[in-house]
Every structure is written in structure tokens, then in C-alpha cells.
Write a protein that binds this ligand. Structure first.
Ligand SMILES: Nc1ncnc2c1ncn2[C@@H]1O[C@H](COP(=O)(O)OP(=O)(O)O)[C@@H](O)[C@H]1O
Ligand SMILES: O=c1ccn([C@@H]2O[C@H](COP(=O)(O)OP(=O)(O)O)[C@@H](O)[C@H]2O)c(=O)[nH]1
Ligand SMILES: [Mg+2]
Length: 245
């Protein structure tokens, strides 16, 4: 059943759901990132694969993707994992907000996508994430809030030639996520009820399939994301303590 759903997901266009259709309106221009099985990664990217994710000792860092709905507590728990387990914390959302803060045309365009709760094209995010991993000196890296959809995942894996070692999934009920986002108070353009509703739809239709994909490969670990921050971190700590890092 899961396999049937996965294969149908992988066979169809990565942005074919209604929520995705609007999120990937630049799909035509990004044909190189689409997951046609016959397609080979561009030579330049293949070259990068051997240089960009390797540290000075020639090994890439341990990579954990941290996923969960908006407001599920990804950022909060990532900070704690980073300080207790020596991870570098790369937040894809923060990387995009840095682009906005830089005041470029591209930043303005990203702002509109975020304001509408849509997903920024992989071409931009994968490069930001790749550069952040490359410039980190840490041996362990958390990628918070990425990949957001199958297209992101496939583009990342193609361009970097690597898969995450672990995927953490914070499982949180929608009403709790909405409550947390409405009281986050960070002045974010997307923490309003209209955008939150769209983000929840995008999460369910596009991000959950990524979690299912990694579940089917035995890489995803689900953490119950309700309760206090401390309670949730206890479950996280157990998992990370059991890893051979
Ligand atoms: N366990 C928790 N209980 C209540 N509020 C929480 C909990 N974890 C995080 N929060 C708060 O909820 C909001 C969203 O958390 P955040 O870590 O930013 O989530 P995400 O990165 O998944 O959107 C923040 O204001 C944060 O302080
Ligand atoms: O890989 C990513 C990460 C984030 N976003 C955009 O940035 C917003 C905020 O992401 P962030 O992870 O900061 O939100 P959170 O889930 O933490 O509330 C998302 O809704 C998307 O519009 C994106 O397009 N691609
Ligand atoms: Mg966050």
C-alpha cells in the first residue's frame, strides 16, 4: 500500500498536486531538477559532488534532515541537539530569510513565495543548503525544514550525490501547530492564519511524502512532538545517544 503510493508519487510530476501546482510555477525553467529516471545529473554538478560535501579529511559530515509541520518545534529542538550533540544547525527557512534581508530582487521574489506559504524552487534552496553544509566545519549537520517536497529531495540527492544518514520527524497535531505559530511572535510574514492554513496543506500534500520515502528506506524516526520542550527533547536525546556518531 505504502509502496503503491510511493511509486505513484515518484512517477508523476513532483509538483502535480493542487497545492504544489502553484508552488512550482517555475517548473518549466527547472527541468534539470525534475526526476525523470533517464536524466543524468549535469556534469558540473557531478563534479561538485566529489568536492563540495567532503571535509578536509575527504569525508562528508553526518547529515540529519529534521522535518515536521510548521510549528512542530523543529527549530527549538534543533538548537538543543546542536548544543548537546555538537551539530551545526542549518535552517533552510533562515537561509531564505537571509536572502530576503539582503534586499536583492531574488530576495523580494522569495519573500512573496514565503508570504503565500509556497515552496521556493529547489534550484535556490539546494544551493543554499549545499553551501551551508560545505562551509560548516562541523562533523555533524542538522538540516532543519528541508527537503520540503519530493522535488527538493531528488534535487538535493542528485546535486550532492548524497542521502541523509538520519531523518527526524516531529509529529504534531494541526491544532497544536496553529496555536504555537499564532503565538510565535517573531514578526514573520507567514505566521498569520491565512498563510498557516496554506502551509499546513503544503506540508500534508508535499512534505509528508518525503517522510514516507525515508521511512520506507528505514531512515526516518518519528518523535511525538506534543508535551513540553523538555519532554520532547528527552525522546530526541534517547535517539541521538543511541547513534554511533
Ligand atoms: N513543546 C512545545 N510546547 C509549546 N510551545 C513550543 C514547543 N516547542 C516549541 N514551541 C514554540 O512554538 C513555536 C514554534 O516552534 P519552532 O521551534 O519555531 O517550530 P518550527 O521550526 O517547527 O516551525 C515557537 O514559538 C516555540 O517557542
Ligand atoms: O526548504 C525550504 C524551507 C522553507 N521554505 C519556505 O520558507 C517558509 C518558512 O520555512 P521555515 O522552515 O522557516 O518554517 P517553519 O516550518 O519552521 O515554521 C516555508 O513555509 C516555505 O515557504 C521553502 O520554500 N523551502
Ligand atoms: Mg523553524
Amino acid at each position: 500500500m505504502l509502496r503503491r503510493r510511493l511509486s505513484s508519487l515518484l512517477l508523476r510530476s513532483p509538483c502535480s498536486s493542487s497545492a504544489a501546482a502553484s508552488s512550482c510555477h517555475h517548473q518549466q525553467q527547472h527541468h534539470l531538477l525534475l526526476p525523470t529516471h533517464a536524466e543524468k545529473p549535469p556534469a558540473l554538478n557531478l563534479l561538485r559532488l566529489f568536492t563540495s560535501l567532503a571535509g578536509t579529511d575527504g569525508e562528508r559530515p553526518f547529515i540529519a534532515f529534521v522535518l515536521g509541520g510548521p510549528g512542530s518545534g523543529k527549530g527549538t529542538q534543533c538548537s538543543r541537539i546542536a548544543s548537546d550533540f555538537g551539530f551545526s544547525h542549518v535552517s533552510a527557512g533562515d537561509l531564505l530569510r537571509n536572502e530576503i534581508a539582503a534586499g536583492t530582487d531574488q530576495g523580494e521574489w522569495i519573500l512573496e513565495i514565503i508570504r503565500e506559504g509556497r515552496i521556493v524552487p529547489s534550484e535556490i534552496t539546494v544551493e543554499l543548503v549545499r553551501k551551508a553544509i560545505e562551509s560548516s566545519t562541523a562533523k555533524r549537520v542538522l538540516i532543519d525544514g528541508f527537503p520540503r517536497c519530493e522535488e527538493n529531495r531528488i534535487a538535493f540527492e542528485k546535486i550532492t550525490g548524497t542521502e541523509p544518514d538520519l531523518v527526524l520527524f516531529f509529529d504534531c497535531p494541526e491544532d497544536e501547530m496553529v496555536k504555537r505559530l499564532l503565538s510565535r511572535n517573531q514578526g514573520r510574514v507567514d505566521d498569520n492564519i491565512e498563510t498557516i492554513k496554506k502551509r499546513l496543506k503544503v506540508f500534508e500534500s508535499l512534505n509528508l511524502p518525503v517522510v514516507e520515502y525515508y521511512s520506507s528506506r528505514g531512515k526516518a524516526h518519528k518523535i511525538k512532538a506534543t508535551g513540553t520542550e523538555d519532554e520532547i527533547f528527552e525522546a530526541v536525546r534517547k535517539l541521538f545517544s543511541s547513534l554511533r556518531l
